[in-house]
Design a protein around this ligand. Structure first.
Ligand SMILES: Nc1ncnc2c1ncn2[C@@H]1O[C@H](COP(=O)(O)OP(=O)(O)OP(=O)(O)O)[C@@H](O)[C@H]1O
Length: 316
């Protein structure tokens, strides 16, 4: 059977400068490939090419044996989901609205979803973050919420650009555990020298593109043994006194989703694409944006219900 993702001799040039060449690897379902290399070597450019957000200057990409043109670009970006390092400053509205709106993309419809409230819990966040404005969230909160939304949308491959860069050490452990068990194959850019050994998998070393196998990691500590983040901030919260978040709140109700008429500014793919989307973006890479226009052109959206957030089925 064809691997989930196959990359052959990928080349990336920017402004007539060659950044990457001859990058090749395959990724099977659920596999983890860390990407390491010095700052500026081309890690983000690699992820963007894998997500078909930018055109590579050479090489072949295959998803289950099919090239992007056969899969279709919106379907490719749905299956191979890029999670940028930091939230796009253009994001408006709340994470719940963004998640709900993303599900209205044609390529996203009728796909199985993960349990978003459970992911929020496992990442050490309170459910209320789903209803806060993006601009009100801290960098670390926004990073984990973005991850939760991306995992809940159930991609085959997650492209992670330093997913723990804004996290405290306990939150980073939570992110690692959620990601390693989420079921998607992962391409994971990291600058943390210990992270690959903690999580396991393989390492793609840039710029040469050498792939190194890692020994099996020790079993991770159970999530329940990690202190909830709110306890680290407010030690007096021990015992769960009414906070409604953190470890004690897995099954606490999702707060009322009062959309308030605010609409998300962009969908996840468009948000990811924002920094490098010149007007001259090739037409074939733009077709996914039609959904964005539909999304913002069709009036006020109903706020998502708790059951919509929870999803009917597990992540594939
Ligand atoms: N839109 C662009 N225009 C011109 N040069 C760019 C563009 N995007 C990236 N580059 C250049 O390409 C190179 C690789 O950038 P990239 O962001 O992929 O590096 P990186 O390995 O992810 O770095 P870091 O670890 O610091 O995030 C850098 O020299 C960068 O300046």
């Amino acid at each position: 059977m064809a691997p989930v993702l196959e990359v052959r001799n990928l080349r990336r040039d920017v402004a007539d400068r060659n950044i990457l060449s001859n990058i090749s690897f395959t990724l099977e379902a659920g596999e983890i490939l860390f990407v390491r290399g010095p700052s500026g070597v081309g890690k983000s450019l690699l992820l963007r090419a894998l997500a078909c957000l930018d055109h590579p200057q050479g090489g072949t990409l295959l998803l289950h044996g099919s090239p992007p043109a056969h899969v279709g670009y919106p379907a490719w970006r749905t299956a191979v989901s890029y999670v940028p390092q930091s939230r796009a400053s253009s994001l408006r509205g709340t994470p719940a609205e963004l998640y709900f709106n993303a599900q209205r993309f044609a390529a996203q419809r009728a796909r199985p979803r993960g349990d978003l409230p459970a992911l929020i819990h496992d990442l050490g966040l309170e459910q209320v973050v789903l209803n806060q404005q993006w601009g009100e969230l801290s960098g670390g909160q926004a990073q984990r919420v973005s991850l939760a939304l991306s995992v809940a949308l159930g991609p085959r491959v997650l492209l992670l650009d330093e997913p723990t860069s804004a996290c405290d050490p306990v939150s980073a452990l939570r992110v690692e555990q959620v990601l390693r068990t989420c079921g998607a194959a992962l391409v994971w850019v990291t600058h943390d020298p210990q992270q690959p050994a903690r999580v396991g998998g393989r390492i793609l070393e840039l710029p040469l593109g050498t792939v190194v196998h890692l020994p099996l990691p020790p079993p991770p500590p159970p999530l329940a043994s990690l202190p909830p983040v709110q306890m680290l901030i407010h030690p007096s919260a021990e015992g769960g006194g009414g906070g409604g978040g953190g470890e004690g709140s897995k099954h606490s109700s999702v707060p009322a989703l009062d959309g308030g008429g605010a609409r998300a500014g962009v969908g996840p793919a468009a948000a990811a694409a924002a920094p490098l989307l010149p007007a001259s973006r090739p037409a074939e890479l733009r077709d996914g944006d039609a959904d964005v226009d539909v999304l913002y052109g069709d009036g006020a959206l109903s706020p998502p219900s708790p059951s919509q957030l929870r999803g009917a089925q597990g992540v594939p």
